[in-house]
Design a binder for this molecule. Structure first.
Ligand code: ADE
Length: 231
């Protein structure tokens, strides 16, 4: 069975845990496909106040994550698993997409282990980059911390593992919907709602025609996305 493990290094485990313990990600954990460990960065803080941040050299607003607590936290995880890869959510990272999610998900039967370091405050000491394998950005906007990106990475990777979504249909739809190639529109009952009818072909029972219609819709949507200025 293909398995994946994420260790989340964060100051706010309570912000991420409820999401991961719900719905499909809960099921993935229950089925032994996904394992999530939490490391509280505060436990590696300095001094009596367990401080993890400080002001920037050269001046400027805000506080930066210091190297010592971050290195100690990552080293403590790597001591148990030297193969673990470190992911850093940062606006200067490589933009996360479906192909990266697939890369993270695809790997033999051995359990893959990613450590997601969630920065907070204004940023982090640049020397932290020296222990990062994958700096990733969610896009061209700035968040208050790495917790939401961590959830998005875990969600988008875990759903690709066999046994998480279940059913051939999900895998089939997935082949259409890879980020660049968008999924076709779908409908459920009733066949007509407030004057809006489900496309006739979907009610025809003709599998060949349905497949053709879906492929065409998927192509049209993808083309429209590529041509739109917000893509
Ligand atoms: N941290 C702050 N903003 C971010 C973004 N856009 N992507 C990833 N991590 C971030």
């Amino acid at each position: 069975m293909q398995k994946i493990k994420f260790t989340i290094i964060t100051l706010f485990p309570e912000a991420v845990k409820p999401y991961l313990d719900s719905s499909m990600l809960y099921k993935a954990q229950d089925r032994g496909i996904l394992t999530v460990d939490y490391v509280n960065l505060r436990d590696f803080g300095l001094g009596p106040h367990k401080s993890v941040d400080d002001t920037p050299y050269g001046g400027g607003d805000g506080m930066l994550l210091r190297c010592e607590p971050v290195f100690s936290a990552i080293e403590s995880v790597k001591k148990a698993d030297p193969e673990a890869k470190v992911v850093l959510p940062t606006p200067v990272g490589v933009v996360w997409n479906q192909s990266l999610a697939r890369d993270f998900a695809s790997e033999s039967s051995t359990e893959k282990h990613f450590v997601i370091l969630c920065p907070h405050y204004e940023g982090y000491d640049e020397r932290i980059m020296s222990i990062v394998d994958y700096p990733i950005s969610l896009g061209n906007y700035v968040l208050t911390g790495g917790e939401l990106p961590a959830l998005i990475v875990i969600d988008s990777v875990t759903r690709l593992l066999p046994g998480v979504l279940g059913g051939e249909t999900s895998a089939q739809i997935e082949s259409f919907s890879d980020g660049d190639n968008l999924e076709f529109p779908q409908y459920t009952k009733p066949a007509e709602f407030r004057g809006m009818a489900v496309p006739e072909v979907l009610l025809s029972g003709h599998h060949g025609k349905i497949a053709e219609w879906r492929a065409e819709q998927s192509r049209l949507r993808s083309e429209a996305r590529r041509n739109s200025s917000t893509a």
